[in-house]
Design a protein around this ligand. Structure first.
Ligand SMILES: Cc1ncc(COP(=O)(O)O)c(C=O)c1O
Length: 425
C-alpha cells in the first residue's frame, strides 16, 4: 500500500511481526550468530543477505535507513556517523585520485573544507562554481575526468536555493550524476529525486533528529543514474571488484549498484557507522518530522517578516520573503515552506552584533542549527572561521551574517526575545 509522507515518518522501516517489540528495538550488538561456517561464508561473498558485523549492517540502523529511503523515494539508503561522512562517502564512492568534480560554492563550511582541502590531499580535485553563473560558464568547468556535480537544496548558512532541475540536466548532459545535500529542506519540503537528482545526502544531525541528541548522516540512491551508459567513467561500479572475487556491482546489483558498493566497500574499509543507539534516537526524531517542519517554516516566515521591518536590521535573506532573490526558486522546489533558518545582518559594527547575541534570553548561541530550540550563530567567528574573507564571500557568507535557526516555540516569545536583545544594542 502506497503511503503518504506523514505515515512514512511514523511507520516506515520497522514492521513488527507477531510478538515482536512495537517500538524499533536497539540491536546494540557488534555481531550476529550463524549455524554453520558455510552460512557465514555466503554472507562474506555477498551471495546471501544477512547481518554479520555492525560495521557493515545492523538491524536498527537498517530500519532507520529504510525509513529515510522511503521518505526520499530511493532504492537504498545508508546511515553514516555524521553528515560530513555522508558527503565524503557520496563523493568518494565514485571519485578517486586523479578525478575531478564540480560543486556549488554556496555550501556548508565543513563541506567546503572537506572538498577543497581534504579531498585534494587524496588527489581529488574540485571546482567551486557560483550557481548564479550562466550555463555556458559553468559547463566550461566540466572536464573529461569530472565525475559528479554537488549542491545543497538550501545552502547553509546563506539560505540560497539550488536549482536542482537545471543542474541535474546539466550534469546529465556531461554524463555525471547530481548529488544534492537535502539537509535543510528535508524530504518533507523537497524530494530532489523528483527533479532529476541522482544521489541525496543528509546531515541527520539537523531537522531529522530535531532534538540535538545525535550526530549522523545518510546517503540515499535514486537508482536512476545509468552507470553502465558511462562505464568508462565509473569503472569502480562497472568493472570487477577484486576485493569481492571479481564481482561487478552494476551486473550483480543493478539499480542498487552505487549504494551497495558504498556499504560493502567503503563501510567495510572505512567504517563510519552510527551506533544503533544513535539510530534509535534519530528514529524518534523522524517520527515527528512532518509535524515539526511546518511549524519551523511558519515561525521562520513570521520572524523573517518581523526582521525585515525592523530598523536595526540591515538585510534579511529568507527565501520565503517576497522579493527575495530565491523566492521564485523556492516557490518551485519548496512550495510548502523551506526551513527555519534565516540569515540576516544588523546595522552597526560586528561588536554590536555580538552584543545582540549575548543579550538573548532563551535563544542560545550554539554550534548547531535546525533544532526544535531557537538558536543563533555568527558563522564568520564560529563555524566558518577557517575560511578567508574571500572564501567567506564566495560561500555566500557575509562577515556580518547572523544565522538564526528558528525553533518550534511560541513565535511571540521568539520575537519578544529578539526585540529585547536589540533594544540593548
Ligand atoms: C547542509 C549540511 N551538510 C552537512 C553538514 C555536516 O553534518 P554533520 O555536522 O552531521 O557532520 C552540515 C552541518 O551543519 C550541514 O549544515
Amino acid at each position: 500500500m502506497k503511503k503518504n509522507l506523514e505515515t512514512l515518518c511514523v511507520q516506515a522501516g520497522w514492521t513488527p511481526k507477531k510478538g515482536e517489540s512495537r517500538v524499533l528495538p536497539i540491536y546494540q550488538s557488534t555481531t550476529f550468530k550463524y549455524e554453520t561456517s558455510e552460512q557465514m561464508a555466503r554472507l562474506f561473498d555477498l551471495e546471501d543477505e544477512g547481518y554479520f558485523y555492525t560495521r557493515l549492517a545492523n538491524p536498527t540502523n537498517d530500519a532507520v535507513a529504510a525509513k529515510i529511503n522511503a521518505l526520499e523515494g530511493g532504492v537504498g539508503c545508508v546511515l553514516t556517523s555524521s553528515g560530513q561522512a555522508a558527503n565524503f562517502y557520496a563523493i568518494f564512492n565514485i571519485c578517486g585520485a586523479g578525478d575531478h568534480f564540480i560543486t556549488s560554492n554556496t555550501i556548508y563550511g565543513g563541506t567546503y573544507n572537506l572538498f577543497g582541502v581534504t579531498l585534494k590531499k587524496l588527489g581529488i580535485e574540485c571546482t567551486f562554481i557560483d550557481p548564479d553563473w550562466d550555463d555556458e560558464r559553468i559547463e566550461a568547468e566540466f572536464r573529461p575526468n569530472t565525475k559528479c556535480f554537488f549542491g545543497e537544496t538550501i545552502s547553509n548558512p546563506g539560505g540560497n536555493v539550488f536549482d536542482i532541475e537545471r543542474f541535474a540536466k546539466m550534469a546529465h548532459r556531461h554524463g555525471v550524476p547530481l548529488i544534492v545535500d537535502n539537509t535543510f529542506a528535508t524530504p518533507i519540503n523537497c524530494r530532489p529525486f523528483e527533479w532529476g537528482c541522482d544521489i541525496v545526502t543528509h546531515s541527520t544531525t539537523k531537522y531529522m533528529d530535531g532534538h540535538a541528541t545525535q550526530v549522523g548522516g545518510a546517503v540515499i540512491d535514486s537508482g536512476n543514474f545509468d552507470w553502465e551508459a558511462h562505464a568508462d567513467k565509473f569503472q569502480g561500479l562497472t568493472s570487477p571488484d577484486e576485493s569481492y572475487h571479481g564481482l561487478t556491482y552494476t551486473k550483480t546489483f543493478g539499480k542498487k549498484a552505487y549504494i551497495t558498493k558504498l556499504v560493502t566497500q567503503l563501510m567495510r574499509d572505512l567504517g563510519s557507522i552510527p551506533s544503533p543507539h544513535n539510530a534509535f534516537l534519530l528514529n524518534l526524531g523522524l517520527e515527528t518530522l512532518h509535524l515539526r517542519m511546518p511549524r519551523h517554516c511558519e515561525n521562520a516566515q513570521r520572524v523573517a517578516e518581523w526582521l525585515e521591518k525592523n530598523e536595526k536590521v540591515a538585510w534579511v535573506n529568507y527565501c520565503g520573503l517576497k522579493g527575495n532573490k530565491y523566492y521564485d526558486l523556492a516557490q518551485k522546489y519548496l512550495p510548502n515552506g523551506s526551513c527555519g533558518v534565516i540569515a540576516f545582518g544588523l546595522k552597526g559594527s560586528k561588536e554590536e552584533a555580538i552584543r545582540f547575541m549575548d543579550n538573548l534570553d532563551f535563544i542560545c548561541i550554539v554550534t548547531h542549527v535546525a533544532d526544535a530550540r531557537t538558536c543563533v550563530l555568527h558563522p564568520a567567528s564560529h563555524t566558518h572561521r577557517q575560511l578567508s574573507d574571500e572564501q567567506l564571500l564566495e560561500a555566500g557568507v557575509r562577515p556580518d551574517l547572523i544565522r538564526l535557526s528558528v525553533g518550534i516555540e511560541n513565535c511571540d516569545d521568539i520575537i519578544a526575545d529578539l526585540e529585547q536583545a536589540m533594544k540593548k544594542m
